[in-house]
Design a protein around this ligand. Structure first.
Ligand SMILES: *Cc1c(COP(=O)(O)O)cnc(C)c1O
Ligand SMILES: [Zn+2]
Length: 388
């Protein structure tokens, strides 16, 4: 069997197929995000989930279902295989008997952004990119810079001038050029587009590059494996661009096609946003398929400060298809939840991760969550990166 069973890229909107053998960003026809497709029938015939379980730990043990074509091109810092922890004390206090947390803060660079960048930078290098560029709310830039240096690529990161200092210092410490932009990630994105138009730089923006999503989808594979292939009832995700939410849902669809899922259960996917920037919640409540730009976005959860995601349609599809929902929580609720999680379970979560804890009482009060459901929170990063 081939090392990777990647076959082509498919447009998420017009469904045209595109060559995965060269560097691609969005669909050349309709500018929508591209999704990686694999020869899943071949994997179903020749690959066993048990053999993947027996491989050395790390994201790359799923290599047949990832884009990199040869092992020499895999750039790794040890990402993936993060723990799934029970939260018995917090669960008892809130009224949930089977509450769990997947702790992504153990990834290199302290956030789950490492997964996406490991896949994207490995594949970009394999396809000949030499210079990579990204607009970031903070953590994606740090991860991109780290993997680019590891791969021997030149990296440049554009971030809002009020991004947490640790993010800027991290990017510089791992060798990237840092450009500070007045405004939000949307302004940084405009500046990056300008540079990319002039040529020479490969753009690894959220949803404008097809393989970051592939790295993040491995969270879904790992969850399925940890639940003995009988998926949990609810997954609660702090959504900025929403790529992780879409990626986990894609992983479940692939596992279904592989025939690897035991039960019929498909989790309800929940997007949690900050009240100061909640375009997904607003769209969900209006029953819309796309988002409108959120003016004057502001929140301590910098990773959630995304006024409009390029993948908004994919995110909304995931919420509707999974019978999920969307919740906004205030910065005060996030701060209180961060303390509660730390004091009850010893986990110092990033504000984004803490936002998922803050969503629990809201969902219980609405009657949307039942007390004995298997609920998984995604802690996407470590609180240590947000210290002044
Ligand atoms: C980027 C980020 C998010 C949001 O992730 P998306 O996939 O863009 O929705 C959440 N938490 C942290 C810590 C982040 O860095
Ligand atoms: Zn298209």
């Amino acid at each position: 069997m081939r090392y990777s069973l990647l076959t082509h890229l498919e447009c998420s909107r017009c469904h045209r197929h595109w060559d995965s053998g060269k560097l691609q960003n969005v669909c050349p026809d309709c500018q929508s995000p591209l999704l990686a497709r694999y020869d899943l029938p071949a994997a179903r015939a020749e690959l066993q989930r048990e053999s993947i379980a027996a491989r050395p730990r790390g994201m790359n043990r799923w290599h047949e279902l990832l884009p990199v074509q040869t092992p020499e091109n895999v750039v790794t810092l040890g990402e993936g295989d993060t723990p799934l922890l029970n939260l018995p004390h917090l669960g008892a206090a809130i009224g949930l008997s089977r509450l769990m947390l997947k702790d992504e803060s153990l990834n290199p660079t302290g956030t789950f952004k490492a997964r996406g960048q490991a896949a994207a930078i490995s594949r970009a290098k394999e396809l000949g990119a030499q210079q990579v560029i990204i607009p970031t709310a903070g953590n994606a830039g740090g991860a991109m810079a780290a993997y680019a240096s590891r791969a021997g690529l030149v990296a440049r990161v554009y971030m809002p001038a009020d991004t947490p200092h640790s993010n800027m210092q991290e990017c510089r410490a791992v060798g990237a050029g840092v450009v500070l932009v007045e405004g939000l990630i949307s302004d940084a994105a405009r500046a990056v587009s300008e540079v990319v138009r002039q040529g020479g730089w490969f753009d690894v923006s959220t949803f404008k590059e097809p393989y970051r999503l592939e790295g993040k989808k491995v969270m879904g594979y790992e969850l399925a494996e940890a639940f003995a292939w009988d998926l949990p009832d609810v997954i609660i995700y702090p959504a900025g661009g929403g790529m992780g939410l879409v990626a986990i849902w894609k992983a479940f669809a692939e596992l279904e096609e592989l025939g690897w899922l035991n039960g019929p259960n498909r989790p309800r996917m929940v997007a949690v946003q900050a009240a100061g920037c909640a375009p997904v919640v607003r769209a969900f409540e209006a029953g819309e398929m796309t988002n409108t730009f959120w003016e004057n976005a502001g929140t301590i959860a910098s990773g959630l400060r995304v006024p409009k995601s390029y993948g908004d349609r994919l995110m909304m599809e995931t919420l509707y298809q999974s019978h999920g929902t969307a919740v906004a929580v205030s910065d005060e609720q996030i701060r209180a939840a961060q303390l509660q999680l730390g004091q009850s379970e010893g986990i110092f979560a990033a504000p984004e991760g803490a936002a998922t804890v803050a969503a629990l009482p809201v969902l219980l009060e609405r009657g949307w969550l039942k007390n004995d459901e298997r609920v998984v929170l995604l802690n996407t990063g470590t609180g240590l990166k947000y210290l002044p």
